[in-house]
Design a protein around this ligand. Structure first.
Ligand code: OAD
Length: 255
């Protein structure tokens, strides 16, 4: 990583009145959760999204899809937030306004203590019914059963409350995210390949309206033109950024 970029970002953070952060699967990688598009370990390198992450796939084989998400939920339950999540939670009290937007469904930002999280793609710990989206109480979900439970209200099957391909994003969350992109002065993009819209387009909106965009990612291919790029793992860079900006000990975030 270029230390000048770290210093520049630290200065921008000190001055920011409204920081928006967009996170993707990469921020949870150091907690032990796979990303989607890593060529070897990524979920979409080993499974076909059209078999698992579409309404049609669920209609064809609800038990297979349900079981895959039960396994992912168990994984998410067994990992802990890493220093990257902890640093972002800590930031909430340091910046006049912080909007945290995530594409992740793992709940790790909340587990780290981030007070408000805009979840663009839902949350794997919640379930809803397939037909009408009625919320399904967690007590009705038997993790040992390969069959999804039935909705007590309408009898249709439960599905994970996540956004699948071909589905629209939750309206309230998307509106809040776009509004943050329009008013932020600094937009930080962490751990996302930036290939899935509309999440990916938020940083472009912010940039077009005058915000500085900064990207943290080990893959230079994720850099956005005209932005600051900090190459490396977010679990290392974010604590370093806090140290550079506020002079605190980066090991504070190793919990
Ligand atoms: P991807 O798997 O597409 O991208 C993960 C990014 O994280 C890559 O650019 C990696 O280089 C980067 N990365 C890996 N390790 C990292 C680390 N330690 N620190 C920082 N960055 C790291 O995941 P997303 O961009 O989140 O959608 O994928 C976007 C959406 O596509 C997901 O929300 C999901 C998927 O299909 C739905 O399920 C609707």
């Amino acid at each position: 990583m270029n230390s000048n970029d770290l210093q520049t970002l630290a200065q921008l953070l000190k001055e920011s009145r409204h920081l928006a952060i967009l996170t993707g699967a990469g921020i949870s990688a150091e907690s032990g959760l796979p990303t989607f598009r890593d060529p070897l370990t990524g979920l979409w390198a080993n499974f076909r999204p059209e078999d698992l992450a579409t309404p049609e796939a669920f209609q064809r084989n609800p038990e297979f899809v349900w079981q895959w998400y039960v396994d992912r939920r168990k994984m998410a339950n067994h990992v802990r937030p890493n220093p990257g999540h902890h640093m972002i939670a800590w930031l909430a009290d340091r910046i006049p306004k912080l909007t945290l937007i995530t594409q992740n469904v793992d709940g790790l930002h909340q587990a780290a203590g981030s007070p408000e999280v805009i979840e663009l793609h839902g949350n794997i710990h919640r379930s809803k019914c397939f037909l009408y989206g009625h919320p399904i109480e967690v007590e009705l979900v038997d993790e040992n059963s390969i069959k999804p439970p039935e909705c007590p209200e309408c009898g249709s099957l439960a599905r994970p409350d996540v956004v699948w391909f071909g589905e629209t994003l939750p309206e309230k969350e998307l509106t809040e995210a776009v509004s943050a992109a329009c008013s932020a002065d600094l937009f930080l993009v962490i751990g996302t390949s930036g290939v899935v819209n509309p999440a990916a387009s938020l940083s472009l909106t912010a940039r077009n309206l005058g915000a500085t965009v900064a990207v943290i990612n080990p893959d230079p291919g994720a850099a956005i033109r005209g932005s600051l790029f900090l190459k490396g793992n977010s679990g290392k860079i974010l604590p370093e950024l806090a140290a550079e900006t506020w002079g605190i000990d980066p090991s504070l975030f190793m919990k």
